[in-house]
Design a protein around this ligand. Sequence first.
Ligand SMILES: Nc1ncnc2c1ncn2[C@@H]1O[C@H](COP(=O)(O)OP(=O)(O)O)[C@@H](O)[C@H]1O
Ligand SMILES: [Mg+2]
Length: 333
Amino acid sequence: MTSPRGQGSANQGANQSGWLDRRLLFFTGKGGVGKSTVAAAAALFAAERGKRVLLVEVDAKGNLSALFEHAPVGFDPVEVYPGVHAMQMHTEASLREYLKLNLKVPVFGRLGPMARMLEFVATAAPGVKEILTVGKVCWEVRESIEGRADWDLVIVDAAATGHVLAQLDSPRAIRELVQVGPVRTQTGSMVELLADPAITALNVVTTPEEMPVNETIDLVAAARADIDVPLGSVVVNRVLPEPFTHADEPVFAALRDPRAEAALSAQVGAGARAVVDAAGLAVALRRSRAVHLARLRESVDLPLVYLPYLFVRDHGLRVTRMVAEALADELGA
Ligand SMILES: Nc1ncnc2c1ncn2[C@@H]1O[C@H](COP(=O)(O)OP(=O)(O)O)[C@@H](O)[C@H]1O
Ligand SMILES: [Mg+2]
């Protein structure tokens, strides 16, 4: 398959960024750009290369397991594909697990009043809910580094651009709030893990369109300025194929020539003109997207990974596989 950039070459930058060498990959992006699709494809890509992957969906309303044609999953990881376990984040379940591990007392059933208390505390102290999400993710990574959990790689289908920085920064925020005791030690260890470029990368998914590109540029700048989590790659999803090049322009010009048009119409009817116009539209659409792509390239100094627009109707395992294959082409792996 030729590269969707139309250059046909492997992306050396992305290759060097080593997705599979890390232990924790976050995927964020503007809603609807394909964050979940890319996170699922990354998990499949890693699993096919022998990694044991934990895929974490942060959005409680999402249905990531559907991308593996598997029934919905909950807080407990379920194998949805050979080598890929998926789980859905749930802050109350995360709190219950935390209390069980740290206070050594089992918390039975629903937390009830505790959940209301959590609501209360979370409203009063920003970062509390977020840390239950990030804390669970960091805990799984730490457990696996220390040999107590099986994951080689934890992949997070994270919050959208508007919320992800607050989420990733929550351990630092809480650490500032709580100066002593075990919570301080734990948040300190999370901050360390999230800041380690050998372990963690924050990847941004986007599309070659105005708003997603704007959000990506802003997010990358804000991530650099405000948080201590290393950036990985920008995944440009839904890149249109390039059916025509500049070399084809004389052909278009010739087809638009009134004599050629008349001859074609005489042979095949008015449909000939419609086909030429449609081809022209495809070129114009790709060019308008190319402007946003160029702006992204100029403004963001990160490896770009390009994924093609897939013209398919349903989005199950077959599409997850196709995106994973495109990823493999791009990452040169
Ligand atoms: N490369 C692609 N080509 C065509 N459709 C895509 C592609 N990537 C994602 N989609 C579709 O776009 C929609 C949004 O994707 P999704 O991964 O759910 O986005 P997000 O998680 O960012 O909201 C879905 O219907 C998905 O199947
Ligand atoms: Mg999603």
